[in-house]
Design a protein around this ligand. Structure first.
Ligand code: NG1
Length: 557
């Protein structure tokens, strides 16, 4: 099981890139990073931590309803070269001598050099006899969540390492040598930021790994440096917690894909009853092309009318459906659609439904049961009338206004005149079904001849259906994403859809392997916003990718 495996530590690039082949591009990039590190810090790095971005192939906006999703890691990644810093006299002496002081640089010139050191948080209390007592609470690193700053992701990863591995943060720890070492690090990334390919999760995973490595908290077969070897599942959980420190409440898909992927497969990630990831081998002719719409959707700014509103519509819908189906729900419980289905089917705690049974239930829910989410007395088609007002929604939930506000609105701000409970539910059940179908097609294709492209055709159709559903029912597409997916189909893709949260960012298209070059050229020539881009900029915004291996560490010997 991927979750129990250890984080791989390599000493050659051949081993690291395995299935991908040690392409010259990779080697040049790694060498360049190591040489730059040496130039800037006067010695070789001790490690390079690598974490890839991800593209979600299917299963959009259903992770927070706890249904399975199907992403894969992309070849584009974040690399962090790092080494413990010998303490010598210098103008930066304050950081140099602070336990765990960090000098962080980025190869990209727009991200400036940062220096920071974790502080020990102390609490002063008065004893009964009036003396001050000092308690050490833990580490503190100043993370600015109001502004998007590159080093916040580095700090977020560090925070987790400090609190998990240096719990006795105190002056005593410093004296006994159990404090974190001072570190120099240099970051480079090829995952385009803010495009729905999870550069943030890759940064946090890579940073977590870099700080573990320099502090001797990752072991490999050569050096059993620690009693407990960190598993991939543990790194996913740590990285999820760490990313929350930058103010993002994520469902776990991004970190799981970055850590647990392998170079031959996509990942079927399930969140219920526990987080699990199983490889799904893709048909051999499958090449995925990511294309950035160049529309930037600032998640934090638009959350109340987009992402967070969808989360609330999805959660409230689940309660109303549960109520209509006669399912017990605790008054303060935020039940999800996946749990409603499970309880309806009599699923026992920690037991999983068989995929065929789950598919039957999804069809039944999506085709019949969710009619209870429409406004009373409405039988018409999908139009604005399908939405319900806040008062109607509260009444349908069966909760008092006070309890409703506490459970569904106290932790999040939302803005809408009408809440589209029915449309969102229709998308969620349909999309969860398509994920299982996609997986099924891939499993069946493995046993087949692979001579024709029937599997690719079927997968492509599922991707197109997903795009339609995201556009019409979940309303998370935008004109540019619709245009890009349309152009992709006209240019020979089997299927094309938005990937990630939507409202901008990237599309992913499944393209026949032998046509990738021609496909990319046609999109470059026909998508308006690409017209004035030079070739370097173009290769940043549209590129082919196969599945990549997950996060790892390279050790210099
Ligand atoms: P992006 O914004 O593409 O990383 C977001 C969520 C995912 C998932 C998708 C929609 C975060 C960090 N990630 O992805 O968990 O809900 O939207 O499928 O919020």
């Amino acid at each position: 099981m991927a979750a129990e495996e250890h984080i791989p530590v390599y000493t050659t690039l051949q081993d690291l890139y395995g299935g991908l082949g040690t392409s010259l591009d990779h080697a040049l990039r790694w060498n360049n990073l190591a040489e730059e590190f040496e130039k800037r810090f006067g010695r070789e790095p001790a490690y390079i931590a690598r974490a890839p971005g991800r593209v979600n192939l299917i299963g959009e906006h259903i992770d927070y309803a706890l249904f399975g999703v199907l992403p894969m890691a992309v070849e584009r990644d974040i690399l962090i070269a790092c080494a413990p810093r010998p303490v010598v006299a210098s103008p930066d002496a304050e950081v140099q001598h602070a336990p765990g002081g960090v000098i962080a640089e980025n190869l990209h010139s727009k991200y400036t050099r940062q220096m920071f050191a974790p502080e020990v948080k102390k609490k002063y209390e008065q004893t009964e006899v009036g003396e001050d007592q000092v308690h050490v609470e833990g580490w503190h690193l100043d993370i600015n969540t109001k502004e998007l700053r590159w080093e916040s992701y580095v700090k977020a990863g560090y925070y987790g390492v400090l609190s998990h591995y240096f719990p006795s943060a105190s002056a005593n720890a410093v004296e006994s040598g159990k404090h974190p070492v001072p570190v120099d690090l240099l970051v480079t990334g090829s995952v385009p930021a803010g495009s729905g390919l999870s550069s943030s999760a890759a940064m946090v995973v890579a940073s977590t790994l870099a700080f573990l490595a320099v502090n001797g908290k990752l072991s490999d077969s050569a050096t059993a440096a620690t009693d407990h070897q960190l598993s991939k599942g543990e790194l996913v959980k740590m990285s999820m917690e760490n990313e929350k420190r930058v103010g993002v409440n994520s469902g776990g898909m991004d970190q799981a894909a970055s850590v647990m992927s392998d170079s031959s497969s996509a990942l079927y990630i399930t969140f219920y009853p526990t987080l699990k990831a199983a490889p799904v081998r893709l048909p051999p002719g499958a090449v995925f092309v990511c294309a950035n719409s160049l529309v930037v959707s600032d998640k934090a700014v638009t959350a109340k009318s987009r992402y967070n509103l969808r989360v609330v519509e999805t959660l409230v819908g689940a309660r109303i459906l549960a109520r209509a189906l006669g399912i017990q729900v605790g008054e303060k419980e935020k039940i999800t659609y996946r749990e409603v289905v499970g309880r309806f089917a009599g699923e026992k705690h920690r037991e999983e439904l068989d995929a065929a049974v789950l598919m039957q239930l999804l069809t039944r829910m999506g085709d019949e049961e969710i009619d209870v989410l429409k406004p009373k007395g409405l039988t018409g088609s999908l139009d604005e009338q399908l939405g319900v007002t806040m008062d109607e929604m509260i009444e349908m939930s069966g909760l008092s206004k006070e309890v409703f506000n506490e459970v569904y609105l106290s932790w999040v701000e939302v803005e809408a005149n009408h809440f589209q409970l029915y449309k969102r539910a229709k998308h969620v059940f349909g999309e969860a079904f398509r994920v299982l179908q996609f997986r099924q097609v891939c499993i069946e294709a493995m046993g087949g001849s692979g001579i024709d492209d029937a599997a690719e055709q079927e997968i492509g159709t599922l991707m197109n259906d997903s795009q339609d559903s995201c556009n019409e029912l979940f309303e998370c597409s935008c004109p540019e994403l619709n245009e890009l997916t349309r152009l992709a189909l006209e240019s020979g893709a089997y299927g094309s859809r938005l990937t990630g949260a939507g409202w901008g960012g990237c599309t992913v298209s499944l393209v026949p392997g032998e046509q990738v070059g021609r496909f990319i050229k046609r999109i470059r020539d026909s998508y308006g916003p690409y017209k004035d881009l030079e070739s370097d900029a173009l290769s940043e915004v549209i590129f082919a990718t196969r599945p990549s291996s997950g996060a790892c560490v390279y050790k210099f010997e």
